[in-house]
Write a protein that binds this ligand. Sequence first.
Ligand code: BTN
Length: 331
Amino acid sequence: MNLNYNRIIELLEGQPEQYVSGEALSRELNISRTAVWKQMKKLESQGYRIEASRRLGYRLMGKPSKLTLPELLVKLEGTTLVRSIKLLDSVDSTQNIAQQMAEEGAPEGTLVIADQQTNGRGRLGRSWVSPAGKGVWMSLVLRPGIPLQFAPQLTLLTAVALCRALKSVVPLEIGIKWPNDLLIGGKKISGILLESTAEDERLRYVIAGVGVSVNLEPEDYPKELLDVATSLLIAGGEHIDRGAVVAAFIRQLEHLYAVYQREGFGPIRTLWEALSVTLHKPTKLYAPTEVFEGTPIGLDERGALLVEKADGSVVPVFSAEMRFPEANSGG
Ligand code: BTN
């Protein structure tokens, strides 16, 4: 934050919800009105909510809700999965930090949360839009001690946990697109990236990366994503407390992870199938070695998607990109 930012915030806060003219701001800061406008845009990108009127100037309608450790600890009271939280301002990717910590021996339940990611990454080498103060960008170290081949089950479990968590926070229709994208009205609201390291075919650790687009506004997205991505704010019209999202997710994950360790994948599979919005819809699958059409009919006991082809055969799919004929099938 430079001096102009701080002064602008002071001036706007001095008159809460009242307009301060661009002219007054430019005079006070000794910068041009275009420069004032640019500073406003920067403040908005930091999570400040500023209303601009050509005639009246600017007014401050809301400040970024900073996640704080005490607040998170209160919200997580009674849970046991998360053993420590590293809360950071700006990082390249929380995945990198969590991975480094896991390599250094961090135990299961180490949670890394960042306000902003400068190089957030998604599946299939994509980047993940992670502006400051507007989303939940977090990575959790898990050490499930299961065979590597079961890793896809954890991805599906994480999607169920996140879907149930978001449904508990906002009254919106949210469903899972295989394997683990959450969609509202066909647009992607969150992403999950599980990165694992194995030794002798057993998982040493898994970094469960979760990104939820909570309070992003249309301007926060590159244009080409607007058709396929949304946020809780855009979809529901309300600013949502990011701490509540984190806590709801951890509570769901803790519960489902315990069910999984006790009873195996069966109950998770049933929950996933019930929340899926892509089952029983003909689709095209872009797998690493082939592209084919079929209808997903369920999951098998390993966590593979069962796809029925036109000839009636059913094939298990572990990794592929699902695309539907209609445009809005999510990223
Ligand atoms: C996807 O849908 O492609 C997965 C997106 C995962 C994004 C999260 S945000 C927190 C964590 N850090 C990252 O760099 N990526 C994951």
